[in-house]
Structures are given as structure tokens and as C-alpha cells.
Design a protein around this ligand. Structure first.
Ligand SMILES: Cc1ncc(C[n+]2csc(CCOP(=O)(O)OP(=O)(O)O)c2C)c(N)n1
Length: 574
């Protein structure tokens, strides 16, 4: 059937199973918006900024495992997607962004609202396309979805000049298998690598599994639990790996790295074997590479061969799908026991418990953010999807909300994008309308994208917002406190009255200033079934996330919480 490029866009989206699109119109994509009239099956959401559209698509993708779709016009619309694309790229999130572009004859002449968006986004997309003929359009869209979701997922951008949108062609959705020379999304482990890995596992006395987002993406959570139990090996989690291994499991070490647990970081540094599963040895996980896990042989399994030997040189590097590779590895591997090693780790865990804030008697009446997150965890039964912004509150969510379900923590790990939380939470809640979704944001990051409250209201999205207001750009203030002699330049923040602000958007809101008010506020938010709800938690201003490995320091060189927070005189101890 003869169709315009604009109609073909929607036809292709339907064929890819898309029923929700986050986008913003403008001159260069108006034909696409005009054609939307015929496609009532697709729900279009108008964010208040294109960055919001990209994060919504990303949050939707992370919560559902499907590809999220965002749209923008050319020039400033397209460049507003950039932060969202980079965020999705670093966290391997599958999104497809469709941008309008000036007509093909005008490209390269600084036409009105022209930006070379394929050039700009080349390093922050898994792939991108500038479609110059309507005849290529359907193929490009189909390939884009395939690339976004296959192998290691990631964002793909398709730039659509206006004349391509208005030209016509005979539309037929391509059905041939996709063959892309040089693109082998799922490599397979070689038998000799598997055997080599088994040998190292058998000879290890102090093994540790490092589990990352790849475990979640390959659907290998049950396999990792079975594997860890089979070889009695403790499991440390990356921030993005949270949810892949039950945190109440006796073998779970909790999070590793800069704000990881003492026991996880000590175990890595003392291990004689690391088994890295679907993680990429990010610098926030390793600390100083020169002293990282100095006693350990290393096995690395990742679907992306370019990650192997990139940051950390390994003894056995296996490029392959984790679930499949673990099946191979387990086959023929006898059960193993590491009692003395588990005992040693228990002593580090005991030390952490002694320093644990929640085990201390605090004489301060001021609410602590960690208490808020802990209470949110208990009051929601640990069942909510938590979507965070970036900063101290993000780390407290990672530490105090135990995530034991797949896709239960949605956070910008690699890019650390402030402003991610609210729009990503809207996307997640729209993708999982029957689940409880909480956005936890700081007063700084929230103000970067808070205009999306209007989107949440317009769409009646049942997202609950825990705004942790400490009056500062808290994480930066923490660095200033610890490493810049308390010179708090550019971190104190004057904020609006958040409850009044929410009210201006029509969003119900309450303020909490004491711990005994948390429960009733959270109950109110949970009972609200008709759109967003905001709780502003006014918390201690000068608070610090412990433990902390200073940037670039050795992983075992953690700044620990003083044994008693109540004694204000005790300084943090290295
Ligand atoms: C877009 C962006 N700009 C700057 C930063 C640097 N940064 C990291 S954390 C942080 C402070 C965040 O403050 P807030 O949102 O209030 O959260 P808190 O740390 O207080 O929990 C800043 C400025 C960033 N991560 N992202």
C-alpha cells in the first residue's frame, strides 16, 4: 500500500509492538504528528522537555524489558535528547529515539533548527541513522529496534528529514531475517574457556562473584543463585546489579565499590578468585585499579567482548550470554565448600553491623535520610519499584532499600544523571501500571526536571515521590566536607515550598519532619490511587553516606561511619 514516510513510522512502530511513545512536536516532525491521527492504538505522552521524553522511554524500558520510544523535532528538540541518550548508553538501556530533521536539500546549510544529531550522538548511541530516502525507512526502523534490544542493549537514534516524512512509497514491512555484517550480538563461549574457568574455580579458596546488570539483562538471576550455592561463593552486587540476587541470602555481600559494604570491599581485596558476571569493572566499583583485588585470578563473562580486558586484565575472558555460559560452566562442576572464607567474611559483616546507623541510638531529633529509606522499605514490604535521582539519596536507596526482584531499582548508574528520577519514574509507572513505583529524589536533581510533574498529572500516573530535602547538593557537599575542608561553595540551595509547588500542579503533597510522621505519610501516598503523590522529607543537612572510598583510592581504604553518630565529636575514621 502507498504510504507517506510519516505513516510508515507509525506502521513500523505498531509492528514492533509499540503502544506508548514519549515525544515533543515541532516544525521538523509535524508530518509524523499529523499522521498520528490515524493511529489511535498508540498512546502518545507529551513531556515538558525532550530530556524528560528520553528518560521516560528509558525508565519504561528498564521497568518492562521492552524497547522505549522517544521523539523530538530537529535542532534544539534533538539536542535536548542528548543527556537521555548518554544515560541509556552507559546503562545499556534499549531505547529508540526518532528525531525530525530539516529537508534533505537543506542539510549542511545551517537551515533553521538544523543540528547534526547523528554526528553529535555517534559516541552515545549504539547505532544511529540518517534516513535519506523513504524507501529505506522501514528497513532502518526495523534494524534500529533489533539493534537496540539484541546482545548488549542500547539506544538507537533515527534522524528523519522532513521530506522523507512527506514522500510516499509502497509500504511493506520487511520480514527477512536481519543480517548486519560485523554485528554478532550474542557470541558463544568456547569449550576450552569453560574448562579453564572450571579449573580456576576448583582451585580457589576465597572466591567472590561480582554480579552486574548483565545478570538482569540476560535473565540469569536464578542461575546465579544456583551457581553461587553450588560453589558456596559470596556475591557482591554493582549498583545496577541490585535485584539480581536476593539481598537477604546468606551469601549476599550487598553492594560493592565507592559506597559499598565493608564486607563486600574487603572480600574483593582478599579474594583469590573473582568471577565477574555481566559487569564492567566501572571505576566506582574498583577504586584504584593498581591495587584492585591484588591476590585474585579473574574470570570475566560478558556479552560484549569489548568489555573484556578493558579496565581489568583477566585470566579467563568469556564473551557470551551469561545464562547460557553459566549452564555450560555448571555442567560437570562438583559442589564446593568455602567455610573458612565465609567465616572470615562474617567478621567483616559484624564490624559493619557495629557501625550501622540504624543500630545506633541517636539523640538528635532531626530526621535522617537513611531512616526515611529504611522505613519506606519496611512500609512497602520491599515490593516497590524504586527509581532514584542521583546523589546521596541514591546511595541510601541502594544501601537501605533491599531489592530482591528483577527491575526493582531503576537508577542512572554509569552517567549519574541528575534529573533522571522523576521522568524515569513516570516511564516506569506507565510501563508497569499495576506495580507500586516510588521516585526518590534530592532537592537538587528534582528541580532539574520537576516540570514533569505536569506530565504525571496530565497522564494521571500513579507515581509516588519521596523528595529528600537536605537544603544542599548533598553529595557534592559531602565531598567538600571530606576533601575540601568544608568550603561549601555552590552547594547550599534555596528551594521553593515543594508542597505548595506540588499543589500548583494539582499534585497532593505532605511534608514530613520527624520520624514518627513517616508511616502515616507513606500510607497516605500508597492509598492515593488517582495520579502522583509527593512527600517532602526534610532531613538532616550535614549528613554523610558511609562507607566511602575516596575517588581513586584503594578499595579497602574506606572512610567508615564513626561507631557512634550520637557523639558529634568523633570524626569519620579511615
Ligand atoms: C546533571 C548533573 N549535574 C551535576 C552532577 C554532579 N552531582 C552529583 S550528585 C550532586 C548533588 C545532588 O544533590 P541533590 O539532588 O540535592 O541530592 P542529594 O545528594 O542531596 O541527595 C551533583 C551536583 C550530576 N551528577 N548530574
Amino acid at each position: 500500500m502507498e504510504m507517506t514516510g510519516a505513516e510508515i513510522v507509525w506502521e513500523c512502530l505498531l509492528r514492533e509492538g509499540v503502544d506508548l511513545v514519549f515525544g515533543y512536536p515541532g516544525g521538523a516532525n509535524l508530518p509524523i504528528y499529523d499522521a498520528l491521527t490515524k493511529y489511535g492504538q498508540i498512546h502518545h505522552v507529551l513531556p515538558r522537555h525532550e530530556q524528560g521524553a528520553a528518560h521516560m522511554a528509558d525508565g519504561y524500558a528498564r521497568a518492562t524489558g521492552k524497547v522505549g520510544v522517544a521523539m523530538a523535532t530537529s535542532g534544539p528538540g534533538a539536542t535536548n535528547l542528548v543527556t537521555g541518550l548518554a544515560t541509556a548508553m552507559l546503562d545499556s538501556s534499549p531505547i529508540v529515539c526518532l528525531t525530525g530533521q530539516v529537508p534533505t536539500p537543506a542539510i549542511g546549510y545551517n537551515a533553521f533548527q538544523e543540528a547534526d544529531i547523528t554526528g553529535i550522538t555517534l559516541p552515545i548511541t549504539k547505532h544511529n541513522y540518517l534516513v535519506t530516502s523513504v524507501d529505506e525507512l522501514a528497513f532502518s526502523i526495523r534494524e534500529a529496534f533489533y539493534i537496540a534490544r539484541s546482545g548488549r542493549p542500547g539506544p538507537v537514534l533515527i534522524d528523519l528529514p522532513k521530506d522523507v516524512q512527506t514522500s510516499t512509497t509502497e509500504f511493506q514491512y520487511p520480514t527477512d531475517p536481519i543480517r548486519l555484517p560485523g554485528y554478532r550480538p550474542v557470541p558463544t563461549a568456547l569449550p576450552e574457556q569453560i574448562e579453564e574457568a572450571r579449573k580456576l574455580i576448583r582451585s580457589a579458596e576465597r572466591p567472590v562473584i561480582l554480579a552486574g546488570r548483565g545478570v538482569l539483562l540476560s535473565g540469569a538471576c536464578a542461575e546465579v543463585v544456583a551457581f553461587a550455592e553450588h560453589i558456596e561463593t559470596p556475591v557482591g552486587l554493582t549498583l545496577l546489579g541490585k535485584g539480581c540476587f536476593p539481598e537477604n541470602h546468606p551469601l549476599c555481600l550487598g553492594m560493592m565499590g565507592m559506597h559499598g559494604t565493608g564486607e563486600a570491599n574487603h572480600a574483593v581485596q582478599e579474594a583469590d578468585l573473582l568471577l565477574a558476571f555481566g559487569m564492567r569493572f566501572d571505576d566506582r566499583v574498583t577504586g584504584n585499579l593498581a591495587t584492585y583485588a591484588p591476590k585474585a585470578r579473574k574470570i570475566h563473562i560478558d556479552i560484549d567482548p569489548s568489555e573484556i580486558n578493558k579496565n581489568v586484565e583477566v585470566d579467563v575472558g568469556i564473551a557470551g550470554d551469561l545464562r547460557e555460559t553459566l549452564d555450560f560452566l555448571l555442567d560437570g562442576l562438583e559442589t564446593l565448600e568455602h567455610g573458612p572464607w565465609i567465616q572470615r567474611i562474617a567478621t567483616w559483616r559484624d564490624e559493619s553491623m557495629e557501625r550501622e546507623l540504624l543500630n545506633q541510638v541517636l539523640d538528635s531529633p532531626v530526621l535522617k535520610a537513611a531512616e526515611v529509606v529504611h522505613d519506606l522499605w519496611t512500609l512497602t514490604g520491599g515490593e516497590a519499584i524504586t527509581v532514584t535521582d542521583v546523589g546521596q539519596h541514591q546511595m541510601w536507596v541502594a544501601q537501605y532499600y533491599e531489592h530482591s526482584q528483577r527491575h526493582a531499582l531503576i537508577t542512572s548508574g554509569g552517567m549519574g544523571t541528575m534529573g533522571f528520577g522523576l521522568p524515569a519514574g513516570i516511564g516506569a509507572a506507565m510501563g508497569r501500571p499495576d506495580d507500586e513505583v516510588w521516585v526518590v529524589a534530592g532537592d537538587g536533581g528534582f528541580q532539574m526536571t520537576m516540570a514533569e510533574l505536569a506530565t504525571a498529572m496530565q497522564e494521571k500516573v500513579k507515581v509516588k515521590i519521596a523528595l529528600i530535602n537536605n537544603g544542599y547538593l548533598g553529595m557534592v557537599r559531602q565531598w567538600q566536607e571530606l576533601f575540601y575542608e568544608k568550603r561549601y561553595n555552590a552547594t547550599p540551595m534555596l528551594s521553593p515550598d515543594f508542597c505548595a509547588l506540588a499543589a500548583a500542579y494539582g499534585v497532593p503533597a505532605v511534608r514530613v519532619e520527624q520520624r514518627d510522621q513517616i508511616e502515616s505519610a507513606v500510607r497516605q501516598a500508597r492509598a492515593h490511587d488517582d495520579g502522583p503523590f509527593l512527600i517532602e522529607f526534610v532531613v538532616q543537612q550535614h549528613d554523610v553516606v558511609f562507607p566511602m572510598v575516596p575517588a581513586g583510592a584503594d578499595l579497602h581504604d574506606m572512610i567508615r561511619r564513626p561507631r557512634s553518630e550520637a557523639s558529634e565529636t568523633e570524626e569519620p575514621t579511615p
